[in-house]
Design a protein around this ligand. Structure first.
Ligand code: ASP
Length: 331
């Protein structure tokens, strides 16, 4: 008898990523971080564990890695602090949890899961979220624990250039954030996410971010908005998005992909491509999605020059990639 399919994919942000921007050493480090993160989830799936545990494990691994704009390494707000957004969703019953503008939880994705499993709510924000997560005994850190020198430089660069916004990433701080999408207002992006299908036929999605550099007024993006940046439903697919959140919210990206599959009979590939390359593009939204469906298909679609990503193909082979034409196959 054939084994039931499992599937998994992760992303670490989409943006203006073109070959030559990163040093070969930095490229290798990112490929390795992606490999480790997807392995953390794949091990769980291969042992018969749940997609929910798998996506959480992937995202925790990416949050702990300072290369990415989530958890350690999150971007700075205009006030010089970090405000974290995260969401997780279980396709089996569409239970979901999210936090927005959280300050002290070491692993925001675990915080989102605590909201899902230990509260009557779907989303908690700001100081209320902080209080709930403390009461839940979620591991806490001081807000400046999330600081990194790289992010501070990017923030300072962003502030000093905000009167003369540039479309081109500067070479001075060429890491993940500056290689991520750069829009007209000089804002930059970068986020992490995971989607998985387990051997029980259930899909799940998880997304976590520090948001956009120099954000103010308690700005919240698409990441913690169920249906926009994060969505999972066993009747269609699990989706995690990254990109310019304001557009992803207006296009309700995750739910739109799922609805096209359920109501218009699209397959995963076409549904993702239609939303990313047509709907979002028409609005002017840059970024991408990763998705898996209950029949074992995996799709990665983005309308930017690159997206940090890793996936297992139909034969179980592991791939990591940064640029559009990139594909590093791991033995
Ligand atoms: N979507 C995230 C936000 O707008 C940023 C990103 O994906 O890089 O907060």
């Amino acid at each position: 008898m054939n084994k039931p399919p499992i599937a998994i994919a992760i992303h670490g942000g989409a943006g203006v990523l073109t070959p030559g921007l990163l040093s070969p050493q930095d490229e290798d480090a990112i490929h390795e971080a992606l490999r480790q993160a997807i392995d953390a989830g794949h091990r769980i799936l291969a042992a018969g564990g749940t997609s929910l545990d798998a996506v959480e494990a992937c995202v925790v691994s990416l949050e702990e890695c300072s290369w990415f704009n989530a958890g350690k390494g999150a971007v700075f707000t205009a006030d010089g602090i970090h405000e974290m957004d995260a969401a997780i969703m279980n396709g089996a019953d569409r239970s979901a949890g999210a936090i927005a503008g959280a300050h002290y939880v070491r692993n925001p994705i675990r915080g989102a899961r605590a909201v899902m499993e230990h509260s009557d709510h779907v989303m908690l924000a700001g100081e209320g979220a902080d209080r709930f997560l403390r009461e839940q005994n979620q591991p806490q850190v001081a807000n400046d624990w999330f600081d990194t020198e790289l992010r501070r430089r990017q923030w300072q660069g962003n502030r000093s250039s905000s009167t003369a916004p540039s479309l081109e990433p500067s070479h001075a701080d060429h890491h993940i954030e500056e290689t991520a999408v750069n829009n007209n207002s000089g804002h930059k992006f970068g986020t992490v996410g995971a989607v998985a299908l387990d051997s029980h036929g259930h899909v799940a999605a998880a997304t976590s971010t520090g948001g956009i550099t120099n954000k103010r007024y308690s700005r919240i993006g698409d990441t913690p908005i169920i249906g926009a940046g994060t969505w999972a439903d066993d009747r269609s697919a699990a989706i995690s998005a990254t990109g310019h959140g304001e557009y992803f919210m207006r296009a309700v990206v995750g739910h739109d992909i799922a609805a096209r599959m359920r109501f218009a009979g699209r397959d995963l590939h076409r549904a993702c491509d239609e939303v990313v390359h047509q709907e979002l593009k028409t609005l002017g939204g840059q970024g991408g999605v990763i998705a898996v469906s209950p029949n074992g298909k995996t799709q990665l679609s983005f309308n930017t020059p690159g997206m940090y990503r890793a996936w297992r193909d139909d034969y179980g082979q592991l791939h990591t990639a940064i640029y559009a034409e990139d594909d590093r196959v791991h033995g």
